[in-house]
Design a protein around this ligand. Structure first.
Ligand SMILES: Nc1ncnc2c1ncn2[C@@H]1O[C@H](COP(=O)(O)OP(=O)(O)OP(=O)(O)O)[C@@H](O)[C@H]1O
Length: 277
């Protein structure tokens, strides 16, 4: 049984816009999955099916092997938490603290548990000092952290993030990447995210789905997908700089190991340099 599975999922908005076309998607426990594709590819639409925000036009969505129904919708929402692209859509309360408490209160948790979860979420996102602030007056990056904290406080097993790094400064991106990477190991969570920053994909994901115009054009491990430049070009994407540079060096006769993350590339370059000496 998969944690999340879509079978031939098709979504048509307002009778004419075909946003998803027969999408088959699988997420397992502790997976780190990137969904990449150009604007309008259908990434957000796909995510909105993972916890029943949208209903399939045809095909199906299974969460823990069960279709989403009216009866289990609450449980599904507890299980799959989505952080949307625009944090303003998710902010509802007058203070950050209350905003983060909103989800856990709605789950019917007691006061002590809610307080504990809010503290934990504030600490994990490093936003304790924002607790009394009005969310609407925060910067974009701060709002994003608050939105993530609000979803985490519900302790979902699957965390879905729609472009989590958009609008963050470089330090914010680094902090978020480190934080997200800890979730599968530390909490057994599954993380699914979309991004236009392809250089971050290898840092944050093990598996990639490439989408374009509502369809999955291809999928595979980071190594498999980045070894297929034609697949990325077809989806109007490009191989990220690190593997592209290494591939070019290899083609020019340099003996160097392929790498996808900054750290692996650093090691590959040092090894290649030592070999040459
Ligand atoms: N509420 C809606 N009503 C009608 N059409 C919609 C709606 N939401 C999205 N669409 C259309 O569905 C298609 C897929 O949009 P979606 O937001 O899922 O793409 P995306 O891959 O997330 O794009 P981006 O990278 O720009 O966020 C687009 O053509 C979009 O215009």
């Amino acid at each position: 049984m998969h944690l999340i599975e879509t079978r031939e999922l098709t979504h048509v908005y307002r009778g004419s816009i075909r946003a998803l076309e027969s999408v088959n998607f699988i997420a397992e426990r502790k997976a780190r999955i990137a969904v990449i594709g150009p604007n309008g590819a259908g990434k957000s639409t796909l995510f909105k099916h993972f916890n029943g925000i949208l209903k399939p036009t045809s095909g199906g969505v299974l969460v823990r092997g069960e279709p989403i129904t009216k009866e289990n919708l609450r449980e599904v929402r507890k299980f799959v938490g989505i952080v949307f692209q625009n944090p303003d859509d998710q902010i509802i309360s007058p203070t950050v603290e209350q905003d983060i408490a909103f989800g856990p209160i709605n789950l019917g948790l007691d006061e002590e548990t809610v307080a504990h979860r809010v503290e934990e979420a504030l600490r994990l996102l490093g936003i304790e000092d924002l607790r009394e602030r009005a969310p609407h007056h925060l910067s974009g990056g701060e709002k994003k952290r608050v939105a993530i904290a609000g979803i985490l406080a519900m302790e979902p097993q699957v965390l879905v993030l729609d472009e989590p790094t958009a609008g963050l400064d470089p330090q914010g991106v680094e902090d978020l990447v480190t934080f997200i990477n800890r979730l599968p190991e530390d909490y057994g969570m599954t993380v699914i995210f979309s991004t236009h920053h392809l250089d971050l994909v290898a840092e944050m994901a093990d598996f990639i789905y490439v989408m374009d115009r509502g369809k999955v054009m291809g999928s595979g491990t980071v190594e498999e997908v980045f070894a297929r430049p034609e697949l990325l070009t077809r989806a109007k994407l490009d191989v990220p700089p690190i593997p592209r540079l290494i591939r070019s060096l290899q083609e020019n006769g340099v003996e160097i190991e392929m790498a996808y993350t900054y750290r692996d590339a650093e090691k590959a370059f040092l090894d290649a340099y030592m070999r040459e000496r």
